[in-house]
Design a protein around this ligand. Structure first.
Ligand SMILES: [Zn+2]
Length: 411
C-alpha cells in the first residue's frame, strides 16, 4: 500500500498559521519570542496534541512533538525547521518544514501506520536571527555549537533579554537543551535560490551546505589634495580597493564551479570629493563546498590584495573574522531522500545549500538530510516569497517516504 500525504490539508495549515503575524503584502512578521511567535507556537502545540503527540520544550524553547513508535528503545526520527520569520518574511521559509512534519504525522494517523521509531516534529527557536543575533540559536545550543548562557542573556535592540522573553511567552522549559538524542533529522525547506525553478526541477536533494569565510580588509594610503597632487605621487586607497573588488570577483572564475565571491561593503575615508582617499574599509565573502577550495581562495585573496597594494603604495590588513566550514549531510539519509524522490517520479537535482539552516547544526549530533522545493523567482526573506501547492505537496511526500525508508532500513 502506498500512503499519500494530503497536499490540500498541508496547504491549508500554511494559510491558517500564516494568519498569525500576517503582513499586508501577504507575508509574515513573526519575530522570535514575540507575541506572534507565542501564538503560532500555541496553535502548533494544539494541532500536535490533537494528533496524539506528546509535546515538550527545552530550556531554549525548542519544541518537540512526539508520536510514539512500536519500540521504546529507539531514538526518534525528527522532522523540523522553524516557525519564526524575518520582519518582512514569507509564509514558507521554515514554516513549511515544521508543518510538513505535522502533515506526515496526520497521514500516519489516518492510515493507522505505526513506525518502529518515534517520530518527532521540531520547531527550533529563533532560526532567523532577526531579533536576537546570531541566527539558528535553538539548534546551535542543541548541537553544542553555541553557548546556552550567552544565548539566554543576549538582548534585542530594545534591550529585552532572550531568556526573559522566552519566559514571558511561556515556552521556557525545564529539559536541558541538547540532552535529547535523535535517530536522524530531516528538514524540508524552500530553496531560497533560483536554481530548481530555472531548471524546472521539483525536488532538490541537498548534499550539504557550502562553507563560508568572511574577511575585513583595511587599506591605508595617504590623504592629499585632489587638485595639487600629481597622479604619480598619489597613494590612493580607493583605486587599490577598486582593483581588489574586480580581483575578488575574478577569483570565483579562477577557482571555477562552486566558488562564490562578494565584496559587499566599501567605505572610503574621508569621503570628500576633492581629497585623495587615505583609507578604505571593505569586506570579502568567499564561499565553496570544499575546504581545500576555500583554503586556495584564501591564499589567492591574500596574494592579490598584497600585489595590488604594493603597486599603489598602499598598506593593508586582512583579517578573517568568520569561518563556517562546509557541511556534508549523512549519505544514508541523503540516499533516502533521493530514492523517495525517484519513486515519486519527481524531477530532481542534486544541490548544495547556499544558505544556513538548523540542519547545519543538527547534522553535528544526528544523521541529517534536507529536501528543497522551488520558490518563485528564487526569492525569500521577502513578503512576496511563494511556492506552489503542487511543489509543497511533492516536498512533503518525499519527506514522508524518506522517513519511512529511514524507519525500515536506517541504523
Ligand atoms: Zn529557514
Amino acid at each position: 500500500m502506498t500512503i499519500k500525504i494530503n497536499p490540500a490539508r498541508l496547504w491549508n495549515d500554511i494559510i491558517e498559521s500564516g494568519k498569525i503575524g500576517a503582513t499586508e503584502k501577504g507575508g509574515l512578521c513573526r519575530l522570535a519570542l514575540s507575541e506572534e511567535d507565542r501564538r503560532v507556537r500555541e496553535w502548533f502545540v494544539e494541532a500536535c496534541r490533537a494528533e496524539g503527540c506528546e509535546v515538550r520544550f527545552d530550556e531554549l524553547g525548542n519544541l518537540f512533538a512526539r508520536r510514539a513508535g512500536h519500540r521504546t528503545d529507539l531514538h526518534p526520527i525528527a522532522i523540523g525547521s522553524h516557525l519564526d520569520s524575518q520582519p518582512t518574511g514569507g509564509k514558507f521559509d521554515g514554516i513549511l518544514g515544521v508543518l510538513a512534519g505535522l502533515e506526515v504525522v496526520r497521514t500516519f494517523n489516518e492510515h493507522g501506520i505505526k513506525t518502529e521509531h518515534p517520530i518527532e516534529i521540531i520547531d527550533w527557536t529563533n532560526e532567523e536571527g532577526a531579533r536576537f543575533a546570531p541566527a539558528m540559536q535553538g539548534s546551535g545550543v542543541f548541537a553544542g555549537v553555541l553557548d546556552k548562557e550567552t544565548i539566554l542573556s543576549c538582548q534585542d535592540r530594545e534591550g529585552r533579554v532572550f531568556g526573559e522573553e522566552l519566559e514571558r511567552i511561556g515556552f521556557r522549559g525545564d529539559d536541558a537543551c541538547g540532552d535529547h538524542p535523535l535517530d536522524s533529522y530531516f528538514e524540508l525547506h524552500i530553496e531560497q535560490g533560483p536554481i530548481l525553478e530555472a531548471e524546472e526541477k521539483v525536488i532538490g536533494v541537498v548534499g550539504g551546505v557550502q562553507g563560508m569565510r568572511w574577511y575585513d580588509i583595511t587599506l591605508k594610503g595617504r590623504a592629499s589634495h585632489a587638485g595639487t597632487t600629481p597622479m604619480k605621487m598619489r597613494r590612493d586607497a580607493s583605486v587599490a580597493a577598486a582593483e581588489i573588488i574586480v580581483a575578488v570577483n575574478r577569483l570565483a572564475q579562477e577557482i571555477g564551479e562552486g566558488a562564490l565571491t562578494t565584496t559587499g561593503v566599501i567605505e572610503a575615508y574621508p569621503n570628500s570629493r576633492n581629497v585623495v582617499p587615505s583609507r578604505v574599509f571593505m569586506t570579502a565573502d568567499l564561499r565553496h563546498t570544499r575546504v581545500d577550495a576555500l583554503d586556495r581562495m584564501e591564499e589567492r585573496l591574500k596574494e592579490v590584495v598584497a600585489a595590488i597594494c604594493l603597486q599603489h603604495q598602499v598598506s593593508e590588513t586582512l583579517d578573517r573574522l568568520w569561518d563556517s566550514p562546509p557541511v556534508q549531510f549523512d549519505v544514508e539519509c541523503v540516499d533516502a531522500v533521493r530514492e523517495a524522490a525517484k519513486r515519486g517520479h519527481h524531477p530532481l537535482r542534486e544541490i548544495t545549500s547556499g544558505a544556513g539552516h538548523d540542519a547545519v547544526h543538527v547534522s553535528r549530533v544526528a544523521p541529517t538530510a534536507m529536501i528543497f522545493i522551488p520558490c518563485k523567482d528564487g526569492i525569500s526573506h521577502n513578503e512576496i516569497e511563494s511556492a506552489t501547492p503542487e511543489h509543497v505537496g511533492a516536498g512533503a511526500s518525499v519527506l514522508l517516504e524518506a522517513v519511512l525508508e529511514r524507519d525500515h532500513h536506517g541504523s
